[in-house]
Design a protein around this ligand. Sequence first.
Ligand code: GMT
Length: 375
Amino acid sequence: MKIGIVCYPTFGGSGVVATELGMALADKGHEVHFITYNQPVRLDFLSHKLHFHQVLIEEYPLFQYQPYELALSSKMVEVVEKHQLEVLHVHYAIPHAYAAYMAKQMLLEKGLYVKVVTTLHGTDITLVGSHPTYKTAVEFSINNSDVVTAVSNNLKQTTNGLFNINKNIEVVYNFIDVEKYNKAEDEECKRAALAKPNERILTHISNFRPVKRVEDVIKVFYEVQKEIPSKLLMIGEGPDRKKAEILTKKLGISSKVFFLGNSTEIDKILCYSDVFLLPSQTESFGLAALEAMAAKTAVISTNTGGLPEVNIHGQTGYLSNLGDVNDMAKNAISILKDNYVLERFKLNAKEHTKKFSLQNILPVYEDIYKSCYKQ
Ligand code: GMT
């Protein structure tokens, strides 16, 4: 098939999922066209099956805010027309689903048909989409998509609770290329560069936004390092990074905490890791936790949103109530203090990721694309 993928090209989970999906579809012989404002960070090669179309914005002094939706929908029309795309798969409702609806209408005027699949990722519903500023337009664009998917059962329920949705939302879990992580495990893991043999390594990866509660990560680690010789890797960039660095200094643990910034080699970094910390306020799915699990890492997280669908309490890691840093620290220590227990959790985590393998999820999306044309 010929598929257009619209996403945020950044390190955020929705962009990562969209990019990995596009690359896997192209590998299977589909023709994939990414339409976005920058080349997606994980899109490391282009081919005759994998194209990138940049949405350019003309700066004009009259506008306080440049009208990205207009440029995006015009670009969608251009690409669909030129390459005869059959489906536009938009990731993250705002403003992609709305722009896709407009593109579809403009194409209809030209006698061209394209189907729109919208995948809801989380904050497009929970934090941003349901805000009165956007709610009407988000509800409209969800109801006017041909197919709507959500990345967890929790996100589906939340969407139905917050909006007046008149169509079925299909749950399609986020996925992972398990093979990629197996490869990273087989290659030499340069753990010694970061920690001594007797030290455990804890990791946190996020966009350091308030929803991630990065100060809780530092507080949990502070308790852990009192009992277990350990190091903490903080990966990512975002508004709360400074706060986390200040707290690290204040607690006197700067020599044990490394802020590594953004990385395109998450699989290689995660191969060092024993425990992944994700104390988020909410998480529709928690792709970073799944990536950690694929790299054989136990997860300590909150029990919010879709996290209990990914992290199984007492098996792949532990779930705690929001803000309960003492419980999270206690759980992390219980896993880290014993080699046998740690290995069991690591293996369970890895095993559980099979449920979310690319092999299982890719055909689901392919069926969805085909089903659009049976409606
Ligand atoms: O965490 C973010 O704010 C980024 C956001 C995104 O759009 O990339 O992540 C959301 O989508 C991911 C991919 O589906 C999910 O794994 C994250 O749980 C979700 N984030 C939240 O719900 C906070």
